[in-house]
Design a protein around this ligand. Structure first.
Ligand code: BG6
Length: 458
């Protein structure tokens, strides 16, 4: 069967500043943490060893062109642009981002720019990070500076990439700095991130810039083990905590009442100011980026909660390992392509069918060298993964979902936070020793699909 996509469909990929650029003036939480606990990073590889985009941006953009990208998302590094977070703008950073943006536009690749992709300037973390409302203001200033510097040529802005991840990693589950385990502080970080998002949207609207502004959320559809009311309730609470805590404010301009009531009953609500509600209502977006990697399967808890243990989302559900699920064993994530369709249908039916696109989807695989044939990685598994997801996305579009494009994670194999280079996601293989780039089979497949605006699949 032929799967054809609408005209002007966005074909591309996503990356981020910290994971690709390398060499940087401003310190981030990642640099700080790595210097102190290199053992927390796979093979002790830290954020200075990335795919050298700062040096190779021009040839890398040529490669994007070869992959027939018509759009590409990356982020601006707040710490590179304003090394102490709040002070002077670094002119070298302005030059660098100007060159990248201009070159992308010149090559016919529309730049999609994220303002914050997990990379908190250390100077901002030292004053409390997202727990401090001064950091919210500093971020709003940074956002406004970016709009002024680049807003004439960047028409698609994203305030945050997966804002729940620094909440989970930094304040609940110990996989980002500052390694706190405290739900109330996590809720404060999440809440202040929403305020920061809304302030940036407000500034963007006030400046009457030419383009649109949105956010990128990692949506994990929450599937109950069964239709038993106890399982359904567990899935509903997981959905409130992990999806709707950001989805509702940015699309509806308010939090779900039952989420607020639940957290209130456990005394976990962050401190709110009366004017916050108006601000959040002004943070409604033009465009939603959806990162989809895996579903969340849950069941009601099998055991009673230990009241001495820290309050956690898992007080309300157990994770459920569905028999027969298909796994990506390298990342430990379930592969479930229909999830992409379920997300789109949910947005269509419950959120007014917003303009959206898949901003990340992908498969990290370890030791891909074993698949080299005639000098090229034959990653047929990635082609199968993409085409399967695209066929479900196609079904969503054919049923009226407002999905405008598909970006893969990622372009060139890059540095993946604590996993460093363990799992490779790229269309292009990176040789860590020589920095040589070689297009994988999936890159060729994607280039053909983008060129034809369609692909064939049985
Ligand atoms: C997303 C992020 O969570 O998934 C990326 O936006 C990240 O920054 C990607 O690299 C893949 O996840 P991981 O943890 O395997 O790198």
């Amino acid at each position: 069967m032929k799967y054809a996509f609408p005209d002007n469909f966005w074909w591309g990929s996503a990356s981020s500043a910290l994971q690709t650029e390398g060499t940087r003036e401003g310190e981030t939480t990642w640099d700080y943490w790595f210097a102190r606990e290199p053992n927390r990073f796979h093979n002790g590889v830290g954020p200075q060893h990335t795919s050298t985009f700062y040096q190779h941006w021009k040839t890398d953009i040529q490669l994007l062109k070869q992959l027939n990208h018509n759009s590409f998302r990356t982020s601006i590094s707040w710490a590179r642009l304003i090394p102490d977070g709040i002070g002077e703008v670094n002119p070298d950073a302005v030059d660098f981002y100007n060159q990248v943006i201009d070159e992308l536009n010149e090559q016919g690749i529309t730049p999609f720019i994220t303002l914050f992709h997990f990379d908190m300037p250390m100077a901002m973390q030292e004053i409390g990070g997202w727990e401090n409302r001064d950091v919210v203001d500093a971020y709003a200033r940074y956002a406004q500076i970016c709009f002024e510097l680049f807003g004439d040529r960047v028409l698609h802005w994203f305030t945050f990439n997966e804002p729940i991840v620094p909440v989970e990693g930094g304040y609940l589950y110990d996989f980002h700095y500052p390694n706190v385990v405290d739900f109330r502080r996590a809720a404060t970080v999440a809440y202040h991130t929403v305020l920061a998002h809304a302030k940036a949207v407000q500034a963007y609207r006030a400046g009457h810039y030419a383009g649109e502004i949105g956010i990128v959320l990692n949506l994990t559809p929450s599937y109950p083990r069964s239709w038993n009311p106890a399982d359904v309730k567990a899935a509903h609470i997981a959905d409130l905590m992990f999806n709707r805590s950001f989805l509702d404010p940015v699309l509806r301009g308010e939090y779900p009442a039952d989420l607020v009531a639940l957290l209130k009953s456990y005394d976990q609500l962050p401190a709110c100011k009366p004017e916050d509600g108006f601000l959040i209502a002004e943070g409604k977006i033009d465009l939603l980026g959806i990162n989809y990697y895996q579903p969340r399967r849950v069941k009601c808890r099998d055991s009673a909660v230990n009241p001495q243990a820290p309050f956690m989302p898992e007080w309300f559900f157990d994770n459920y390992e569905m028999p027969g699920r298909k796994m990506n064993p390298y990342r430990g994530w379930e592969i479930y392509a229909p999830g992409i369709y379920d997300i789109l249908v949910n947005l269509r039916d419950h959120y007014g069918n917003p303009r959206c696109f898949i901003s990340e989807n992908g498969m990290g695989v370890e030791n891909e060298q074993r698949f080299i044939e005639n000098g090229q990685i034959n990653d047929q598994y990635r082609i199968d993964f993409i085409s399967e997801h695209l066929s479900w996305l196609h079904k969503g579009i054919s049923e009226g979902c407002n999905c405008l494009g598909y970006h893969m994670w990622t372009f060139i194999d890059n540095w993946s936070w604590c996993n460093a280079y363990k799992n490779r996601y790229g269309f292009i293989q990176l040789d860590l020793e020589t920095q040589q780039r070689t297009i994988k089979k999936s890159g060729e497949w994607f280039a053909a699909t983008a060129l034809n605006n369609s692909f064939d699949k049985e």
